[in-house]
Ligand binder design. Structure first.
Ligand code: AMP
Length: 289
C-alpha cells in the first residue's frame, strides 16, 4: 500500500491508473477508522480496480468552538487496517498543502445545507463541499463512497456532483452499527461510560419513528412525539435536533409522503452524536433498496 502526502503525487498516480483503463474508487475519511469506514473501502474493492482512501481532518469544516483539536487521530492503526483489507493507496495531505496561505476559493452549498446540522454547525457544510471538491480533483475517481450516517452531507454532495458536473458516480452505503444499535463513529471513543451506555437510545428512538411510520402514521409531529418519548429516558443525552424531512429536498412537511428521513443529533457531554433512519421509499431512491 502506498502512503502519499503530496497533492501532485496522488494526482499523477491516479492519472496513470486511468490511462491504464483502471476504475479508481475513492473513500474520503477523517481517519480514526472503524468498521463503518472499512465497509466503504470493501465495497470500493469489490467494484473498482484500485482504491484510494484519504485521511485528512479538514480544519475548515470545524467551527471555532468545535472539537478539531480533540478529534481522534490514529494514523498508524488506520494504515495497518487499510493495508490489511487491500487498499491500494492512502492519501494523507498536510493542512498547509490543502490550504496554503494564498488559498481563498470555497464551494458554497445551497438550500440543502440549511437546517439540521447546517443550523447547529454554521459553515460546516461549506468546509465539507470545499474539501471534497478538492479531493475529487486530486483523486479523479470513477466512483466515490460515502455513508448514509451523514445523510445531509450525502445529499449535499450528490447535489454538488450534479451542479458542478463532476465526472464520477457517488454511492451512499448503509450505516454500520454496534450490536446494541449505536452507529459507529470516530467520536464514540470520546464517550464516558454512562454516555456510552445511553448512546444506543438514538437508534431506538429512530426505530420507534420507523415502526410508527410503517404502521401508517404520517403526521411528522406524532412520529417525532413517539421518538422523543424514548429519547427522554436518556438522562445524559441532550437533543440538538430531532426532525423528519422529505428525503430529497430535505424540506419539512407536516404530513409525510412516500419517502422521508428522520434525523437526530444529540450532545452527550462534550461529544455530538448524529444518526438517522430512512422511511418509506427513501432507501430505494438512494439505490440501497
Ligand atoms: P468521517 O471520517 O467521519 O468523515 O467519515 C468518512 C465517511 O465514512 C463518510 O462518508 C461517513 O458517512 C462514513 N461513515 C461514518 N460512520 C459510518 C458508519 N457507521 N457506517 C457507514 N459509513 C460511515
Amino acid at each position: 500500500m502506498r502512503v502519499l502526502t503530496s497533492p501532485p503525487e496522488i494526482q499523477s498516480v491516479s492519472r496513470e491508473w486511468r490511462l491504464q483503463g483502471l476504475r479508481v474508487g475513492f473513500v474520503p475519511t477523517m481517519g480514526a477508522l472503524h468498521d463503518g469506514h472499512l465497509s466503504l473501502v470493501s465495497r470500493s474493492r469489490e467494484v473498482c480496480d484500485r482504491t484510494v482512501v484519504s485521511i485528512f481532518v479538514n480544519p475548515i469544516q470545524f467551527g471555532p468552538e468545535e472539537d478539531l483539536d480533540s478529534y481522534p487521530r490514529t494514523f498508524e492503526e488506520d494504515c495497518q487496517q487499510l493495508d490489511r483489507i487491500g487498499t491500494d493507496c492512502v492519501f494523507a495531505p498536510l493542512t498547509r498543502d490543502m490550504y496554503p496561505a494564498s488559498s481563498q476559493t470555497r464551494v458554497v452549498p445551497g438550500m440543502l445545507a440549511r437546517g439540521l446540522c447546517g443550523s447547529s454547525r454554521p459553515g460546516h457544510f461549506e468546509g465539507v463541499t470545499t474539501v471534497v471538491a478538492k479531493l475529487f480533483h486530486l483523486v479523479a475517481p470513477s466512483v466515490a463512497f460515502f455513508g448514509q450516517k451523514d445523510y445531509q452531507q450525502a445529499r449535499i454532495l450528490l447535489q454538488m456532483v450534479e451542479d458542478l458536473n463532476f465526472d464520477l458516480e457517488l454511492r451512499i452505503l448503509p450505516t454500520v452499527r454496534e450490536s446494541d444499535g449505536l452507529a459507529l463513529s470516530s467520536r464514540n471513543r470520546l464517550l464516558t461510560e454512562s454516555e456510552r451506555r445511553e448512546a444506543p437510545t438514538l437508534h431506538r428512538a429512530l426505530q420507534e419513528v420507523e415502526r410508527c411510520y410503517n404502521s401508517g402514521e404520517r403526521s411528522a409531529d406524532r412520529l417525532l412525539g413517539a421518538g422523543r418519548a424514548l429519547l427522554a429516558e436518556a438522562t445524559h443525552l441532550r437533543e440538538d435536533y430531532f426532525e423528519i424531512r422529505d428525503d430529497a429536498a430535505l424540506e419539512m412537511r407536516a404530513q409525510l409522503g412516500s419517502g422521508a428521513v428522520a434525523a437526530l443529533a444529540v450532545r452527550a457531554g462534550a461529544t455530538r452524536l448524529i444518526d438517522n433512519v430512512l422511511l418509506g421509499d427513501a432507501a430505494r431512491r438512494l439505490g440501497q433498496g
